[in-house]
Design a protein around this ligand. Structure first.
Ligand code: GLN
Length: 483
């Protein structure tokens, strides 16, 4: 059985399979592998089957259905779905049920989407492995001794393990692209402002974006078609005409200018990653693209800027979890004790670390030295990217230093922060980027990013599609995904 949205859509409209049958198959497979994979935090089978039946009724009545209609997916557990739990993998929101829908969910509803549950993640999306989930980590479907990446590790593990055809993730500093890379999938982080953040539990508001994790590039374009677009409820949403991203899916990169920014290939990038991307560069050359060496010096400061700006914004966004407004509340002799106990017991270690860091860099004595300076370097980084795009259509870079790492491999939080070097510059500059499979090393997938200019989604999809069409060997199914 094939798993892509576009193939299953054909089967649905040709009545080879019904959406109810399909959804039941995915639920059964999920229930079989979840004990090993733990991609889900909650399941929504009843709603999924109801929605699937509605799609089947439409097909039976000869109505046209959307590409996504009736095809089982899943949603990262920091995206609000009305009436469903939304925990952000935190004890703080363990029993919180969302009273409203995120804009992306409303858009998906308009397409008759089917979702079989909410996926695991690092607490409040802070992390790179799902090891920070209050509910325990997800496992990599290629080898369960390895992390699936993070923070959208549950969303990636669910697709790689064949538990869902597509999922939504969120990406603040790499959380869609890095888990997609670790699980051998396609992950797309849209231009900042292309997809509404309304109803996404905020981590760092100037960086957060929702995007798809899928088996292939075509599916990424299909999901992006559904979720992108202007939203009045998000003041940072870009007013934009509707675009059909599938128009970009042509196996042709002739004349395309592809930049190789040397700062993404520095110290720490494993030889196997470099070798895989070198082969990709050869492919693009042969296919008629022009390869250009470029330099974006401020990429080197990316991690430093990110770990000032993201915690600063997080410390402000997470101030609302005070035991009064939502979720968990601890006892205390007075209101201040209640507040302190709630935050002390409700948040995990990493979240507390980021709140402390954020408060520190925003405090009166350090604001200018850290926060303000970071904002200035962020601007320089964005300008350096803009300059590179005067010469190039897209840029190529690794999605991560190498393949997935083992559980417990990082005991020093700073060493793990350094691993974000390939992904955080893209969020800081607000750019779109897609991670696609670029090979294997020791049985685990490697990923490559194609980074575009602002609203250059079509360019990155085109370059990604051409590579994928000529490298079917990289889109294999993970062992846990075999049905
Ligand atoms: N790994 C990064 C962090 O821990 C990115 C997380 C994300 O994109 N949500 O902040």
């Amino acid at each position: 059985m094939s798993y892509t949205i576009h193939e299953l859509h054909e089967k649905l409209i040709n009545k080879e399979i019904s959406s109810v049958e399909l959804t039941k198959q995915f639920i059964a497979h999920r229930d079989k592998v979840e004990a090993d994979v733990h991609a889900f935090l909650s399941t929504t089978d009843e709603e999924a089957l109801k929605q699937a039946a509605a799609v089947d009724a439409k097909i039976a009545a000869g109505e046209e259905i959307s590409m996504l209609a009736g095809i089982p997916g899943a949603i990262k557990d920091n995206i609000c779905v009305k009436g469903q739990k939304c925990t952000a993998a935190s004890k703080m929101l363990e029993d919180w049920v969302s009273p409203y829908n995120a804009t992306v969910i409303e858009r998906l509803m308009a397409e008759d989407y089917v979702s079989i549950g909410k996926t695991n993640m690092d607490e409040f999306a802070m992390g790179s492995s799902t090891e920070n989930s209050f509910f325990g980590p997800s496992k990599n479907p290629w080898n369960v001794d390895y992390v699936p990446g993070g923070s959208s590790g549950g969303s990636a593990a669910a697709v790689a393990a064949g538990e869902a055809v597509w999922t939504l993730g969120s990406d603040t500093g790499g959380s869609i692209r890095q888990p997609a890379s670790f699980c051998g999938l396609v992950g797309l982080k849209p231009t900042y402002g292309l997809v509404s953040r309304y109803g996404l539990i905020a981590f760092a508001s100037s960086l957060d974006q929702i995007g798809p994790i899928t088996k292939d590039v075509t599916d990424a374009a299909i999901v992006l078609n559904s979720i992108a677009g202007h939203d009045e409820r998000d003041s940072t949403s870009i007013p934009q005409e509707k675009v059909d991203y599938r128009d970009a899916l042509v196996d042709d990169v002739k004349g395309m200018k592809i930049g190789i920014p040397k700062e993404f290939f520095g110290e720490g990038i494993k030889a196997e990653t470099r070798a895989a991307i070198d082969k990709a560069i050869e492919f693009y050359k042969k296919a008629g693209a022009e390869i250009i060496s470029v330099s974006i010096p401020h990429v080197k400061s990316g991690v430093s800027i990110y770990y000032i700006i993201a915690p600063a914004e997080a410390s402000s966004n997470l101030a609302r979890y005070d035991g009064v407004s939502y979720g968990f509340r601890a006892d205390g002799d007075n209101i201040v004790d209640m507040y302190i106990n709630t935050r002390n017991q409700g948040f995990g270690m990493e979240v507390k670390r980021r709140i402390m860091l954020g408060n520190y860099v925003l405090s009166a004595g350090y604001y200018d030295a850290y926060y303000k300076k970071a904002l200035k370097v962020r601007r320089l980084l964005k300008e350096a990217f803009d300059k590179a795009y005067e010469q190039c259509d897209v840029l190529l870079a690794p999605s991560a230093s190498g393949t997935a790492f083992k559980f417990g491999a990082f005991t020093d939080p700073l060493a793990l922060y350094m691993e974000d070097i390939c992904t955080v510059p893209v969020n800081l500059a607000g750019l779109p980027s897609i991670s696609i499979p670029v090979g294997f090393h020791d049985g685990l997938p490697l990923g490559m990013q194609i980074i575009g200019p602002t609203l250059g989604e079509k360019k990155i999809l085109r370059a990604a599609y051409a590579f994928e069409q000529n490298h079917p060997e990289f889109t294999k199914t993970a062992p846990k995904g075999e049905m």
